[in-house]
Ligand binder design. Sequence first.
Ligand SMILES: *[C@@H]1O[C@H](CO)[C@@H](O)[C@H](O)[C@H]1NC(C)=O
Length: 491
Amino acid sequence: MASSTSPLFPPIAILLLLLLLPPPAATQHDYYDALHKCILFFEGQRSGKLPPDQRLKWRHHSALHDGASIGIDLSGGYYDAGDNIKFGFPMAFTTTMLSWSIIDFWRNMGPELGNAVKAVKWGTDYLLKATSVPGVVFVQIGEPYSDHNCWERPEDMDTPRNVYKIDGSHPGSDVAGETAAALAAASIVFRSRDPSYSRLLLNRAISVFEFADRHRGEYSQSLRNAVCPFYCDVNGYQDELLWGAVWLHKASRMREYREYIFKNEVVLRAGDSINEFGWDNKHAGINVLISKEVLMGRAEYFTSFRQNADEFICSVLPGISHPQVQYSPGGLMFKNGGSNMQHVTSLSFLLLTYSKYLSHANKNVPCGSFSASPSMLRQLAKRQVDYILGDNPLAMSYMVGYGTRYPRRIHHRASSLPSVQAHPGRIGCKAGSRYFLSPNPNPNVLVGAVVGGPNVSDAFPDSRSFFEESEPTTYINAPLVGLLAYFSAHH
Ligand SMILES: *[C@@H]1O[C@H](CO)[C@@H](O)[C@H](O)[C@H]1NC(C)=O
């Protein structure tokens, strides 16, 4: 690190260099293999009746009677993480990000494209069920406290499957806005592949968005005990309304959405450029997505969104502005609060998509006296992906089943308990505890699962009880699908 004292380099360039240069022992990664695994992971998270072409064989049908208590079929969809709850808010965000990955990077997916599209459809088939009653969105199935209190396979789970909903008198513009975004984004994915399904998705997105906008409020007020502290909307619903409108604008090209964005830009705080992007906070995603049109010269009236996106990017680049994203000594983006990899993959996804839009327009990002090129943004995103795949101080891949050294004791009920084939008898709520407490590796390898990852010192315990580090989630993997597709085609 002698060069960091050299007077020849300004400090900014030094910090960037340290993060962009690969570590000395870097290996060439098989990004296509990682892409394949990253998509396969979603089959392990499936709820409901599994189809004959299910590739991940140790999982089986589960939660077939979801919704029966209210006479509506709400089976299907995804478990969010290592438990057996279906949380609608992160499920919708996952579906939006899988769709965005395909919309921007389908050309780089090769034969994996079909599997990526199926992963979206597993989400949208469920979201269509969850929005089949006008003026209502079913936003969660399962009672989180009793679920979390058990260590049970989804296949024999027996905890209450409460159905939680929002409606006109119990609003939730956050979860409804995200659901509208997911349906609209997916309608683009299916536009040429299945036009009638695409129209169904778009029409539903339009009516769900109208409901979200007309009945404004946070679902964490309406459903506090069920959704907090799990997927409590801390950041407000304003961003999801804009996010929904942006995706509807992109999917429908109807004038009313352009006008909605234009009219509500300030009221709904598009300029809150917080250096964050995830299931709760969409501001950065809104600004990057709209900037594409600005950069392509199609929408001068949205110029302020590009300024917001630039500011956001500057806050992610190391050593440039304040406030600023933190990095671990090994070069991983880090945010407090657990499941750090969700931030790494989402922020890297925005770096990559924005760099693509900038390249097409031949533009840089102005950060004060510094100018960040599209290739610099791409390199930082690649550095993050490479860290995930094993270029890190522990030489550990944080994707299960990729490389030789990866997490073996992930916090995931189905992975850590014996499969139904291996152990056909029921394993009850507390009978599962001995598998949770076992020092042995999980019997079922949840191929492709990316876990929460190391702590701020690049240390990783590989222990089920450290769920912040060892639990995978669908919204860690969804943006990674786009990143891996891109790097599999450009390395
Ligand atoms: C990270 O984890 C390691 C090993 O468990 C521990 O020694 C260290 O204190 C942790 N660092 C922080 C900042 O929590």
